[in-house]
Write a protein that binds this ligand. Structure first.
Ligand code: DGY
Length: 326
């Protein structure tokens, strides 16, 4: 019997996931660790039965119409706003993501951004390397205290909760804004407006949906304290980047730590790169070797199930009946 084909949109993925797929399928790996463009994707995926995708690969109707053989998409990320789930379901294609494996690593990195932005770590490092540091000046590079401050978490899912748990070590008061998750022993649920008004650190962990696109705008930024720090490790379009640039530039808020952007990647010509009070990272929050390996492994487990005619364990398309590959 002909073996199925699985396309993988990045080269050099860590862990044993790809090898586990190679035991049951022909693997067609994109030759670069920077993935295909939207135009390259349809040609690359022609004839594939399975796709191991990343959150940057846009899988929509137009592409799917060119892929009659596709039965499953196993995405190696928790977020899946790049997948048109309606279009996948309509075509009987299963899809999965990888929940539960990256929240601790992402929460660690979120705290790196919170601390770097609040305590001006990048500016401090630059000052030392450039020889600008001359003595211990009492008024030099002063930051904001984290200990005893209030943390506001927008989106209280697995990652938001992991970020909130860590706040105990800093003696913080924690509040969260969420449509679905009530107060618990760690955090008190408040409205978004109250969260923005009372928080010293605002950390965004909501999924990108039509409701959360541009949740942070000129108006919502105006509610924040002038000493507040905003961190986004969810999806860039949750924040209106132009509004944030203006708020940082005129010091309406103290600083921001950003791992995600409205259009990725950003280059050195992005205005945010001119701001000393913006700490910028290249969508790296889940980026530890162990976690990225687990993400690939989980996508592989889901794809193996699908090509064997079973339901994907982490399905996003529960109404799709698994198909066998002919
Ligand atoms: C995720 O898992 O959603 C991360 O942002 C990586 O894309």
């Amino acid at each position: 019997m002909k073996r199925p084909t699985i396309a993988v949109t990045r080269n050099g993925l860590p862990g044993v996931g790809i090898q586990r797929l190679a035991d049951v399928a022909e693997i067609n790996v994109w030759p670069d660790n920077v993935g295909p463009t939207a135009e390259q994707l349809s040609e690359f995926l022609a004839g594939a039965h399975g796709l191991l995708s990343m959150s940057q690969d846009v899988i929509g109707e137009e592409l799917l119409d060119q892929l009659p053989d596709l039965v499953a998409v196993g995405q190696a990320s928790a977020g899946y706003n790049n997948l048109d789930l309606g279009a996948l379901q309509q075509r009987g294609i299963q899809a999965s993501n990888c929940p539960g494996v990256l929240m601790e690593t992402t929460a660690d990195f979120t705290w790196a951004l919170i601390l770097a932005a609040s305590r001006r770590i990048i500016e401090a490092d630059t000052a030392v390397r450039s020889g600008e540091w001359v003595n211990v000046q009492f008024d030099y590079l002063l930051g904001q205290d984290i200990y005893g401050a209030t943390l506001g978490v927008i989106g209280y899912g697995q990652i938001g909760k992991a970020v909130a748990r860590r706040a105990a070590g800093f003696g913080m008061n924690v509040v969260h804004a969420s449509r679905s998750t009530e107060s618990d022993e760690i955090s008190t649920r408040v409205t978004l407006e109250e969260l923005l008004t009372v928080s010293d650190v605002v950390s965004i962990h909501t999924a990108l949906t039509s409701e959360t696109r541009h949740l942070i705008t000129d108006e919502t930024l105006a509610l924040m304290k002038p000493t507040a720090v905003l961190v986004n490790a969810s999806r860039g379009p949750v924040v209106d980047e132009t509004a944030l640039y203006k708020a940082l530039e005129r010091r309406q808020i103290f600083a921001a730590g950003l791992d995600v952007f409205e259009i990725e990647p950003i280059g050195p010509d992005n205005p945010l790169t001119t701001l000393p009070n913006a700490v910028l990272a290249p969508h790296l929050a889940s980026g530890s070797l162990a976690t990225r390996s687990r993400m690939v492994d989980m996508a592989a487990t889901n794809l193996r199930a699908a090509i064997e005619g079973a339901a994907m364990p982490n399905t996003l398309t529960p109404n799709v009946t698994p198909r066998t590959i002919s």
